[in-house]
Ligand binder design. Structure first.
Ligand SMILES: *[C@@H]1O[C@H](CO)[C@@H](O)[C@H](O)[C@H]1NC(C)=O
Ligand SMILES: *[C@@H]1O[C@H](CO)[C@@H](O)[C@H](O)[C@H]1NC(C)=O
Ligand SMILES: *[C@@H]1O[C@H](CO)[C@@H](O)[C@H](O)[C@H]1NC(C)=O
Ligand SMILES: *[C@@H]1O[C@H](CO)[C@@H](O)[C@H](O)[C@H]1NC(C)=O
Ligand SMILES: *[C@@H]1O[C@H](CO)[C@@H](O)[C@H](O)[C@H]1NC(C)=O
Length: 589
């Protein structure tokens, strides 16, 4: 079964199917397992049963009964031992935060405004798109974008809980536990399903302790686990149902980096909640792959935007970014350190190495007339022939999460420089919001990068020659003017507020919220828009992805909430803003 050139991967603890068949007892139990499995498939009950107080519908295919075609001889267990103490992430609000009653009223009003936006979005989802993936916020229809597993519903469960919309939460929970993961699609996106559905179910369980949600999460986890059943145990990005059921999945040679390396916190939490090592084993192998390859790329320390998961050769890739395609790979390094209780050292090593390289290669300070002390993360390309690196000054709304990444990593590993950088990135995104006529940042844009992070003199001639005169001074261009209801900017503002306790972040958040609401609101809900560069109204795109209620509105709500609501010292938020309980926080729940 093994491909020779895949021997590069670490095969310790790993047995092949061939080895299995050399052992008669294992072969017998395997055949027995297959027989039981087919009996189960044929007779599996589809009618609802009452489980943990809900009418529960079991998925009509039981992935937990599917034998692994490429089994692991010895599963790597969760790290054992007493969780190490991790430095406090949040500002010491208890000791220093004494808001007066005026301030408390202001914050309560703002929370209410955010909740109203969520209520409006949710009510329309219920009315027009119940159990579908997405609401069409202009026309009132629905969309199936992620295999039809009610993406918005599952993704929003914990938001409903956090905003104290408990009736809606229980109604949605009752619906979520009837989802059948069997679908008429031939394949599905394992990344989106992991971060939205698995993350959503686990967080909803962690908050509500409703066992039926955990049961649904386990069903899904077992399906996703099948995506790791390849000859070298590296996961697939799109999982073909038939190939998976026949044990025929193969890793690919060109997958988006974040898509195949971002299951760590979700699978770790599932392993912790079930006591089943297989979930942790699956993602631990991927993390070790990242560790082995980190120094082998054209920019040692960084992983490129695409990975070869079959042979592990990353030496030919030329593009590096913290934005789309690679984002959560970097985001999850510090978050994994936290969720395993600091007991697995490789995550800190990878974080330090990666972020030092990011600072030297991907960050830039833009040339601006007011000398604003802000930073952006750019897209680096390496010339295949000469090896020359260029960072043209492009940035993306998606990359705004990096403020939170640096802030959080800086606190967790005690690196003040990273906390400062996180603040400068968060403020950069806020600046880009303010610089647009709608008060909302575009999807893609370019600035003039200074060569030093300490800044550079304003060059009026350069700006007049190469800048776009219709935009604020400092912009080279807006390359994609849409706003897609994305969360990354408010995510970083929220994290930096919780870290510093600085009320200026709350004021920024309120400005951003009002602008977004004003620019995107429809009769039914809120919609992506085609151009943030057009003051006084722009075309609505009739799209409201599930992250609007799952992430964007949740972060806006939390930034105005008492700081112990989803404290970052108690929870790790996955890349879809789903709060998973931290080991050390378990006692405080
Ligand atoms: C209440 O606190 C805010 C800042 O949080 C401050 O601006 C305001 O002046 C204070 N109001 C009173 C009445 O003390
Ligand atoms: C797949 O299922 C969806 C929802 O049940 C249905 O609308 C669609 O027509 C089905 N597609 C096919 C190809 O059967
Ligand atoms: C990668 O390179 C850096 C800098 O040369 C070094 O400090 C680090 O130990 C290397 N990491 C690995 C895993 O070899
Ligand atoms: C300048 O920016 C505006 C707004 O994004 C755009 O419509 C226009 O095409 C840009 N001009 C040039 C020369 O790129
Ligand atoms: C709200 O949007 C309208 C156009 O849609 C614009 O004219 C107005 O200035 C905006 N108001 C605020 C406060 O952003």
């Amino acid at each position: 079964m093994l491909v020779d050139n895949a021997a590069w991967f670490d095969y310790t603890n790993y047995s092949t199917t061939a080895a299995l068949f050399r052992r008669p007892i294992r072969l017998l139990s395997l055949l027995g397992g297959i027989a039981i499995f087919y009996i189960l498939v044929i007779f599996v009950p589809k009618a609802p049963e009452t489980l943990y107080g809900f009418k529960y519908v079991k998925s009509s295919y039981d992935w937990s009964a599917l034998p692994q075609a490429h089994p692991v001889a010895e599963l790597t267990p969760l790290p054992t031992g007493t969780p190490r103490s991790i430095p406090q992430v949040q500002y010491d609000f208890a000791a220093h935060y004494r808001p007066n009653s005026t301030r408390l009223d202001v914050l309560a009003e703002r929370r209410q405004a955010v909740k109203d936006a969520c209520r409006k979005s949710w009510d329309s989802y219920k009315k027009y798109a119940w159990m579908k993936d997405e609401l069409k916020p202009v026309s009132g229809g629905s969309k199936t974008t992620l295999a039809g597993w009610a993406a918005t519903l599952v993704d929003s469960l914990d938001t409903l809980w956090i905003m104290d919309m408990k009736d809606d939460f229980y109604e949605a929970t009752a619906a979520a536990v009837t989802i059948d993961w069997e679908t008429n699609e031939t394949s599905f996106n394992t990344f989106e399903t992991t971060i939205r559905h698995l993350g959503g179910l686990l967080a909803a369980y962690d908050l509500s302790k409703e066992r039926a949600l955990l049961q649904k999460a386990i069903e899904l986890g077992d399906m996703l686990y099948a995506g790791f059943d390849t000859p070298n145990r590296m996961p697939v990005f799109w999982m073909d149902f038939n190939q998976a059921k026949r044990g025929k999945l193969q890793p690919n040679v060109h997958d988006p980096t974040s898509s195949v390396t971002s299951s760590g916190p979700e699978f770790t939490r599932l392993a912790q909640l079930t006591g089943d090592s297989k979930y942790y084993d699956a993602i631990d192998r991927v993390a070790r792959f990242l560790q082995r390859t980190q120094n082998t790329t054209k920019v040692p320390g960084l992983w490129p935007t695409f990975l070869d998961m079959e042979f592990g050769d990353l030496t030919l890739e030329n593009d590096f970014t913290l934005g789309a395609l690679a984002d959560s790979t970097y985001e999850y390094l510090a978050k994994m350190h936290v969720i395993v209780g600091g007991l697995e050292p490789m995550y800190e090593t990878m974080y330090r190495q990666a972020m030092a390289t990011v600072i030297d290669n991907l960050l830039f300070r833009p040339m601006l007339p007011e000398q604003d002390d802000i930073l952006f993360t750019g897209d680096l390309s390496v010339d295949a022939a000469t090896g020359e690196k260029t960072l043209p000054g492009d940035s993306q709304h998606l990359a705004c999460f990096a403020g939170g990444l640096f802030g959080l990593g800086g606190k967790i590993f005690g690196i003040q420089e990273h906390v400062d950088i996180g603040g400068r990135i968060a403020k950069g995104c806020a600046w880009a919001y303010d610089a647009m006529p709608t008060g909302v940042m575009p999807e893609l844009f370019s600035l003039f990068p200074c060569t030093s992070l300490d800044g550079c003199a304003w060059d009026e001639d350069k700006w007049e020659l190469k800048g776009n005169a219709t935009l604020a001074r400092g912009f080279q261009n807006v390359d994609d003017a849409r706003y897609l209801l994305r969360p990354e900017a408010i995510e970083s503002i929220f994290v930096m507020y919780r870290i510093t306790g600085d009320e200026q972040y709350q004021e920024t958040a309120w400005r951003m919220f009002q602008s977004i609401r004003n620019a995107t609101e429809t009769d039914l809900a809120f919609s992506s828009i085609s151009a943030v560069t057009t003051a006084g109204g722009t075309a609505k795109i009739d799209s409201m992805e599930s992250f609007w209620t799952a992430e964007t509105l949740k972060y806006f709500y939390l930034v105005f909430a008492p700081p112990d609501l989803i404290s970052l010292d108690q929870y790790v938020l996955n890349t879809e803003a789903h709060p998973l309980l931290r080991p050390t926080g378990a006692t405080g729940s």
